[in-house]
Structures are given as C-alpha cells and as structure tokens.
Write a protein that binds this ligand. Sequence first.
Ligand SMILES: Nc1nc2c(c(=O)[nH]1)N[C@H]1C(S)=C(S)[C@@H](COP(=O)(O)OP(=O)(O)OC[C@H]3O[C@@H](n4cnc5c(=O)[nH]c(N)nc54)[C@H](O)[C@@H]3O)O[C@H]1N2
Ligand SMILES: Nc1nc2c(c(=O)[nH]1)N[C@H]1C(S)=C(S)[C@@H](COP(=O)(O)OP(=O)(O)OC[C@H]3O[C@@H](n4cnc5c(=O)[nH]c(N)nc54)[C@H](O)[C@@H]3O)O[C@H]1N2
Ligand code: SF4
Ligand SMILES: [Mo]
Length: 878
Amino acid sequence: MKQIQTNCAYCGVGCGIQVQIGANGHSLKGDADHTANFGRLCQKGERLLETLPLPHALRYPRLTATDETISWLHATQLIADTFSEAIQQYGSDSVAFYLSGQLLTEDYYVANKLAKGYWGTANVDTNSRLCMSSAVSAHLRAFGEDVVPGCYQDFDVAKVIVLVGANTAWTHPVLFQRILRARESRGSKLVVIDPRRTATARQADLHIAIKPGKDLQLFSLLFRHLAVSDAVKQEYVNTHTSGLDNALTKLAGWLKDDGSVLKQCGVSEPVFAQLLALYRDNEEVVTASCMGVNQSLNGTDTTNAIINCHLLKGHIGKPGCGFFSLTGQPNAMGGREVGGLATQLANHMGFSEKEHRLLSEFWPASNVATRPGLSAVDLFQAMADGKIKAVWILATNPAASMPDVALVRKALQTCPFVVVSDISQDTDTAKLADLLLPAQGWSEKSGTTTNSERTITRQRPFLNAAGEARADWQMVCDVATAMGYPGFHYRNEADIFREFAALSAKVVSEFPGKQLDLSGFADITEAEYASMQPQQWPVNGYTDNRRLYADGVFSTEDGRASFVVPKVVVQAVSSDDLILLSGRSRDQWHTRSRTGHVAALTSHEPQPCVFAHSQTLTDRQIVAGQLVRISNSNGQQLIVQALADDDLQPDQLFMSIHWTGRETANASVNLLLDSRRDLCSKQPAFKGQCVKLSPINDLMQGIAWGESIDNLPYDYRFEQRLPQASCYHFAVAKTQLTGLANGLSWQVQQVDVHCQLKAGKIVSIHLVSSLRIAIDKEAVSRLIGLSINANTITQLEQLVKAGDSPLVCVCKGVTREQVITVGHSFAPASRLEGIQQLTGCGTGCGSCRGELLSILEAEFPKTSETQAVSTGEASHGN
Ligand SMILES: Nc1nc2c(c(=O)[nH]1)N[C@H]1C(S)=C(S)[C@@H](COP(=O)(O)OP(=O)(O)OC[C@H]3O[C@@H](n4cnc5c(=O)[nH]c(N)nc54)[C@H](O)[C@@H]3O)O[C@H]1N2
Ligand SMILES: Nc1nc2c(c(=O)[nH]1)N[C@H]1C(S)=C(S)[C@@H](COP(=O)(O)OP(=O)(O)OC[C@H]3O[C@@H](n4cnc5c(=O)[nH]c(N)nc54)[C@H](O)[C@@H]3O)O[C@H]1N2
Ligand code: SF4
Ligand SMILES: [Mo]
C-alpha cells in the first residue's frame, strides 16, 4: 500500500497526515512523526476524506454572465487584458488581489510578487486581516518583526497556561488535548479567559468570565502589579528592552484604581489576586490568545499588554514561557511570511527605501510598490465606491466572512471585473463573480504551509485534479506571463519555494536582526523538496530554531524589545444592548464550503441559531426554539432561532459564523456586524458588537419539502440539506401566507396526508403540487426536531407520519409512535441503536432512556421477535 505524507487542510495547529492509497479506496491517519500532532487528529481532520468529492465542485473556467465554460487560454488572456487595461486607464491602484490563509506559500508568493512587483500596487490583502493582523501588528511593535518566538513544546513544560479569547477545545483540538495531557502529567494549571463558559473554559482550573472587550484593562492592571513585584527581571529589562518607565507612567493615567478597573472587567478581587499570583510566582507561564483578543477594537494593544507582562519577567523564547499567538488557518503564517498583507512588502519587509531597493533588485522588478495598499475593509469600501476596476479573489469567501457583508456584496456587484478562484461554485462570493476559476483542492495540490509554531509542512496531492482544476500559483503565473512580465516561468512549486527561500537569505544578509531565514532551503533540489520533512524555521543550519529571541536580542534596530503603551478604545453600550460574540462551532469550517455536506459534521449545529441566557429569553418573552430578530443601531437585522445557553452571561449572545447566503436568507451573522476596526491593525472587531434581541410574533414558521421554495416570498429561509434531499425552513408574514399558496399556479388542497389538525397538537400539512408545507407553531418545532435526524424525504415523512402520539424524548421531540414505527425497520439487535440514530431519541439529556426501553419491551416482545428473525433469516437463506 502506498502512503502519502501530507497535512491537514484546516486549522493552524498544522497536523501531519498519512494517507494510505488502497486499491479499494483510501484511508487516513495522523502522522506519528509530525511534531504538531504525533499521530493525533481531531474530528475534522479525521473526516477529511469524507468531504470528497465536493458537491458543486468547480471544474472548468466559467464566465458567469453567459454561464459559458471557457478554456484556460481564454480565461488567462481575459484576466491579463482586463487587468492591463485597468492599470493603463486608471492606474496601478485600481486593481487588487484578495488572498487567503488557505492558499499555499507558493501561491501566496507569486500573487504578492505579481501585484507588488509588477502591477505596482500593494493592494494585496488577505483574510488574515480578519484573523491575525492584530497579532502581527503587536509582534512588529514589540519585537520589530512578526515572529512567534515559542513552540508547542512550551505548552508541555509550562506550569501555567492561560488561554485568552480562545476556544481551543473546539478550534485547535489537537493542541488542546496536548495541554490537557501536560496538565495531567505535570499538574500544570489551565486558566481560560473568555466571557462564555466554553467547552475550553469548562475544563479549566480557573475560568475568568471577563466582560467582552475588557482584556486590555485586565492585562494592563496585571502588568502594573507585576511591575512592582519581585517577578521583574531587572537586568533583562535594563539590557534587552526599552520603554518600561514610559509605559508605566502613561498607564497610571487611566488605570486609576484597581476596584473600578476590575469592576469594568467583571472580575472579582480574589480572582484577580489568584491570576496575579500565578503570573508572579511561576517561572513558566505561557499566555496564548486567539480571536477573542485579535478581533476587537483593542486587539493590538491587548496583545501588547500581554507581551508586556512576559517581557517584564524576561520570559520570551525560554522553555515553557512567553506569549503565543495561535494562528487560525493552515497557512495563515505562510501568508505573513511572504508578505501577503497590504501593510507589508514581502518576506517580513516594510516599505523603507532600503527594503524597496532590495526587492527591486532581487526579483528584479521595476515597478515595486512604494507604499502600503488598502487593507480588507478599505479595499471593499473602495470597490463599492467604484475605485477598484478589477479584483482577483483566491481561496476566501468575503461575501460571507467580511463584516457588513451587504456592503461587500454591493462592492462585488459594483466592481466591473471580479475573478474568483475556488474549489466550489456554491459560495456567496462565487455567485457574484464574473469569471470563475477552478482551483485544485487539498487532495490535489502541492506546496507548503507553515503552522502556528513556524513548522513548514509539505502538502502532497494524492488524487488527480477534477476536471481542469489548476494550482492557484499556476493560474497566477500564467496571467503574469500573459501580461508580459518576466520572472514567472516556474517549472513547478519547488522552483517558487526555492526563490522564496533565497529571498529570505538575501533579506537576513542585509537586515541581520531578521528571524525569517530559510537560507538552508535556497538551493533545495526537486528531490529534496519532494521528500521534505516538517521543519521549523529559521532553517539556516546554525540557529536553534525551536525558540527565538532566547538571547534577548530582538529584530528592532537597537535589538531591544519594546514595552508598548496601550490606549483604551471603548464602545458605548446602552442598557438594553446585548453583546454579540460570534465565533466557531466545533465541527464546521468557516463558510461550510468544505464541511457543510458531511452529515457527521452537521449534527452539532444543524441550523442557524443564536444562543442566549435563559433569563435573557424569559425577560423578552421568548420561548427557546422560537424565531427572533437581532438588530443593530445601523438598522441591519437578521432572523434566527433562539436557543437557551446558560454558559453565557445574561447580557451576551453567541452565534456561529458558519451560516451564509448559501443555505439561509437573512440569518448570517455578518449581515449584522459592522466594519469597525482596531485602528492599529485594521482588523475588524467582529467580537463584542452591541445588538438588540426581540421575539418575532408576526411571522408564521413553516417547513417545506419536495421542491425548492426559492420563488416564494419569505422573511427567513434556511435550506436544510439532508444527505439525499433538502427541506426548507421558512418564515413568512401571516398576511403573505395565502399569497404563498396562491402565488403558485398549482392547486392548493388541504389534504389529510398523514395526520390531521387536532387541537393544535399536530402537523397541518398542505399539499401544493409536489411541495409539502407544514405550518403550525407546535407542528413546526416538532418537525424541526425530526428533520434534523432524517436522511431522506421518505424518512422524514415516516417520522412525520408517526407524529401524533405522546412525547417520549423531550429534547429531540420524539413520540411513542415514532419509536414504534422506526423500530419496525430494524432487526432486534440493532433496534435501539437504529431508533436513536434515526430519531435522536434518548441522545439529548438521556433521561427518557428508561421509557424508551420499556416501550421496546412492550411493543417488541422477545418471543415474537425471535420467530420473526428466524423466519426472516430462513427466507433470506432461500
Ligand atoms: N471548528 C473550527 N475550528 C477552527 C475554525 C473553524 O472555522 N472551525 N477556524 C480556524 C480559524 S481561521 C481561526 S482564526 C481560529 C479561531 O479560534 P478561536 O479564537 O478559538 O475561535 P472563536 O470561536 O472565533 O473565538 C474564541 C473565543 O473568543 C471569545 N471572546 C469573544 N469576545 C471576547 C473578549 O472580549 N475577550 C475574551 N477573552 N474572549 C472573547 C468567544 O466567546 C470565543 O469563545 O479557529 C480555527 N479553528
Ligand atoms: N462574524 C465573524 N466573521 C468572521 C470571523 C469571526 O470570528 N466572526 N472570523 C474571521 C476569520 S478569523 C477568518 S480566517 C475568516 C474566514 O473566512 P473565509 O476565508 O471567507 O472562509 P472559508 O469558508 O474558509 O473560505 C475559503 C474559500 O476557499 C475555498 N478553497 C478551499 N481550498 C482552496 C484552494 O486550495 N484554492 C482556492 N482557490 N480556493 C480554495 C473554499 O471553497 C472557500 O470558498 O472569517 C472571518 N469572519
Ligand atoms: S487540530 Fe486542526 S490541523 Fe489538527 S486535525 Fe484538527 S483541524 Fe486538522
Ligand atoms: Mo481565522
């Protein structure tokens, strides 16, 4: 059996994977030798093969206006001509790239080179702006370079691990398991700072349910207390840092008294004392942060406030110590290395004259960008204003993932030429493209990624590309060549990697403090690239690459790290405001284009919903399961189902980020979030925006199946994709209900399909041609429960049929009749499991299990069973 060593396509942990290529299909397992995971994988990684083949895969270049498949030659020339014309007529800054941490380093490198070297614009931004840019800015300010000094091993040896704004148990699961193992073996302490009691917080030794957006205050206070404690390493501070006194003096200006600061943070004095003691009394403390920190108005300052605490103790680059920024996407780090952000030039360089000259000579290119370009939010604003004439978007879905998506969608409609490279044609952004380019996906493409701890891993293909899908780097190079630029004649991705490594060698030779050094790869042969093993950078044969800055010499001009003075920006909150925390759910990946069709990954959050504390629901006369409206002060709103979650504080809401216009209308969270940003990093403050919540009483809810309801009027729609069909959850104004039926040319009949309307207890079903609709509050909430467990429309109908009978399982809305009906389709040995799988009965709180067993005993007595089975077996044998 052949084995292919590759990486996981999802999060920044960057796990290694071994794919076994078998004659009868492939299988995969974690790569036991990879230092990120030592053979372990989480649910998403384990199920990667199940995501293939992708439904709605994009296989050929396509012009959307005419829905015409075109050749690559035609597509390439069209892009080359359109971008050239735009540059000629409107200037370099009228064109742009919008890239992604899900591109490989080689893809990223050539796109950055084309725009910044030849188009002459730094309008190259990336979804890392939405993700990592606050950490990038903070690293630059503190260390002089965007460098993560630590490594995963630090989590193994730390005495205290503090996770801030990170739901690591769900978002970096393999690393989280590693943290738990270390705790078990070493007795380390885990602190989680998150407003919600998340799956991560529940497993912590100390959970600090901080008020959203107040981490800056908390860490600044901590810094001030540590600064007067004996934790300070005075000699380190004197020799290796600058700015401590200034920082402390400025802080004294706004950190007046502890009591009021802690009150703002929602943290009690004893809890703060506990936190302070952990930092003060332990040498080995790692603080790791993620989106709860980065995606806020104070993201950069908060990160610096955390770094300040570690600098005081001289704890950067030492085993088990320091600040660790967790990266989100598999190659978020690689994109930062090549310079994929509009605020950097290339390879950790800015726009100084010396850096500009170096790059102009190295590539060589005569039109290297001289100043930063537009960052994501500004880029889409400029597009909406008509200033961007052509944009090329690769491996990201901004029409769903950007804040204020209404504006982004308008921007894409306004921009005269939108090129989208994706693996799927079924994304919100693809629907707004002029030209769609089919990209090779994870199983098909080849290159490298860098994970959170700077480990470079080779991604290797094991399937032939579907249709005419191409590598992203190939498309970019072909266009560059068609535009007449030299320097894009790479034979393969190894050629590009070698050039990237050679550039890093050049950069470190002229800027000796820089850490991004891949000079050891500058002459890598094709064979070496093919068999390359995971390796942490720097790769130069003489630096110990595991931890950086261990010698206290930083990348700044004077070699000293800086204490940064944080400034506080607060948003106004009124008394009936709730704070909306958006984030990830356990099993889905972003806009679901890769994970939304895998049944096992959808059951965790089967439909769009908002979670609220039960008191918050009661106060607003909202019943869990009901549709609610969430609105912001700009008049934007959305409609979703409300569910109770007492792990939130009463003034907070949580929604996952995964629902897009693909499956829903008016239910995606980014319809509601505006594009306010951290002023330093320009990263959108997705977390912690103020909204209002109200019940919806003027809409009727329904479920339809059999046909698409796309042409019907609705205020809310959710397409639930069952493995073999779809059913549609919708809500319409009562006054439109008759219209709903009359709007169709089909005859409406009220039929007694399976159940009758009985005192509001049961489903009323209207049969409209082949479209079946259930409208009735109780009926619908029951159907919602049922539909979640059905695989096919027939199963759904079977479940509906059994609807009118006493409830057995309250959690999943399963009735006695359903248990019996479904039970008949299973043999005795698999009956219990089958019923549970199909209906969900007993899989919620589990308290109905006893009743379930007694129904089975009563309805399927052992003696008749044995007979039935033996007869069955006999006839089977005949
Ligand atoms: N399952 C899954 N895993 C993923 C991804 C995915 O889509 N699905 N995406 C990957 C990517 S790109 C990223 S960037 C990472 C993100 O990984 P995380 O940052 O861990 O994920 P989020 O759920 O966005 O946010 C983390 C937490 O921040 C908290 N939070 C909100 N506001 C505040 C605040 O003011 N202060 C503090 N301290 N906490 C706050 C939220 O309650 C939430 O629990 O996940 C990666 N891993
Ligand atoms: N409200 C709210 N919004 C958020 C966040 C939040 O916490 N809250 N988090 C933000 C963060 S941290 C992130 S990282 C973004 C993520 O947001 P996006 O990057 O927009 O989300 P994805 O769904 O990962 O989009 C990746 C796209 O690339 C395609 N693709 C996959 N592989 C390839 C490939 O090899 N080549 C090409 N060309 N295409 C490919 C996929 O089909 C998909 O359409 O969302 C951001 N948006
Ligand atoms: S932890 Fe991240 S990289 Fe590892 S298997 Fe899970 S999703 Fe993939
Ligand atoms: Mo991210």
